[in-house]
Structure formats: structure tokens, C-alpha cells
Design a protein around this ligand. Sequence first.
Ligand code: SF4
Ligand SMILES: [Zn+2]
Length: 115
Amino acid sequence: MDRRNVQKRENRVEKKRLFECDMVLEIISVYCHRKHGTQKGELCSDCRALSLYAKDRIEKCPRMAEKTFCSACPIHCYDRERRAKIREVMGYASPWMLIYHPMQFLRHVWYSWKT
Ligand code: SF4
Ligand SMILES: [Zn+2]
């Protein structure tokens, strides 16, 4: 792969990483709003801590180029407790994303599979 293509690929991976950070925050926000009664766009302290943890994992993810969904990852970099929590959050809030943010959610699915 020549340098220009390497650069293009790196840009695409970083774009995917940023998008994934936004997406996880959005999903946790929907979960927090519906489950914990917070105002839209606000997070309770537990959900804020989870979102910071998830953001940190995504920023350090060594599989960003090829990953689809974290649930299908062979590494599973989340600790046991947070993994169980994020699974619960995703399971609950993902269907709501189709109602609250359908385009963003579908874009997430697209990004997750196309790279
Ligand atoms: S679980 Fe896997 S794909 Fe998800 S952030 Fe961790 S290493 Fe990356
Ligand atoms: Zn919450």
C-alpha cells in the first residue's frame, strides 16, 4: 500500500474511532435518560463513569481498523463488571436509538461493518 493509501486508511480509522466515541456516549445518554430519569444530554454519576471508561477503551482500541462490534471482539478489553454493564446498556438502549437517532445509529452499523 503506498503512503497516500496508508494515510487515507489511517484517517478512516480515526474517523471511525471518533464516531464510535460519540455513538457510545449517545447510547449511554439514552439509557440514562430512560432508566435513571436524567434530562436529555445529562448523565448520572454512574453513567458518566461508564462513558469515560468506554471512551478510554475506544481511544486505546487496538482493533479499531477491523472491529465490528465490541460484543464480537476476541480481546474484550473491558473489565468484567463494566463489560456486563455496557452489555446491559447496549441491549436496552440500542433499539431506542432507532427512534431517537435513527440515522446516526444506522451509520454506526454501516461503519462497523464496512471497514
Ligand atoms: S472490546 Fe475489543 S473492539 Fe471493543 S474497544 Fe476493546 S479491544 Fe476494541
Ligand atoms: Zn445513569
